[in-house]
Design a protein around this ligand. Structure first.
Ligand code: NAI
Length: 210
């Protein structure tokens, strides 16, 4: 299928389509119109059609979208038809929290290692894994070839660690540290506080509207 250059803003919407279509598929629903899809997701129907047209347009006039095939196409576009090995760097609160969430594995993201530099944590259980010494990460990567490094360490250590992960052959960085990373690898930064600040804005602007 021929693909146009897809804006990141469209890519960022795809997980929402994917999650909703997965729910519909689990409920045994076979098709959905762009109107209903857009209403459920809070987009306009024309935005839905435009978004999906980037990938060749899956809808049929008078039929709408086939839930399963649209979900499968979005899964391929997002690369979810592959499996990714994830390593957590930093076995603190956040490292444990993401490691212990079973939902990532369902989407093809498998945690294969967790590393720390604190001797009190090394050797301790973390989910089904044991916290390993960060000094052993290179050797681990030579054997296991992990794809994604989840950075849950303090921001002071993050830039240096990102460079190491690049050198050790990681393919992408999932950055939770409160610092932007410059890397030749794809980086996805997650800031829960940004989301809270946006919520604060929504609360204050709705208070102004009242
Ligand atoms: P934490 O202090 O519980 O855990 C950090 C862990 O990293 C510790 O176990 C520490 O020993 C380890 N560590 C430090 N330097 C290391 C290195 N060079 N190599 C290997 N391990 C190292 O902290 P917490 O609460 O888990 O937060 C971790 C990071 O995530 C912090 O930078 C924090 O600011 C950030 N954070 C980000 C959030 C977000 O929404 N993006 C939300 C909460 C925290």
């Amino acid at each position: 299928m021929e693909q146009k250059k897809v804006p990141l803003v469209v890519i960022r919407r795809l997980p929402r389509y994917y999650r909703y279509l997965s729910d519909l598929n689990d409920m045994g629903i076979e098709r959905i119109s762009s109107q209903v899809l857009s209403k459920k997701l809070g987009f306009t129907a024309s935005q839905v059609r435009q978004d999906l047209n980037f990938f060749g347009g899956f809808g049929q006039q008078g039929y709408g979208y086939n839930v399963k095939s649209l979900r499968n196409e979005i899964s391929k576009i997002l690369g979810l038809d592959k499996h990714y090995k994830v390593v957590v760097i930093g076995a603190g609160n956040l490292g444990h929290a993401i490691l212990n969430y079973p939902g990532f594995a369902k989407r093809g993201f498998k945690f294969v290692g967790i590393f720390d530099n604190n001797p009190d944590l090394i050797g301790k259980k973390a989910g089904n894994l044991t916290v390993m010494n960060i000094d052993d990460l290179e050797e681990f990567c030579e054997k296991d070839h992990p794809d994604i490094g989840a950075l849950t360490i303090p921001k002071e250590s993050t830039a240096n660690m990102a460079k190491k992960l690049e050198a050790f052959g990681f393919k992408g960085l999932w950055n939770f540290s409160h610092v932007e990373i410059t890397s030749s690898l794809p980086v996805e930064t997650v800031h829960l506080t940004d989301s809270l600040m946006t919520l604060a804005y929504k609360i204050s602007s709705s208070a102004v509207d009242d």
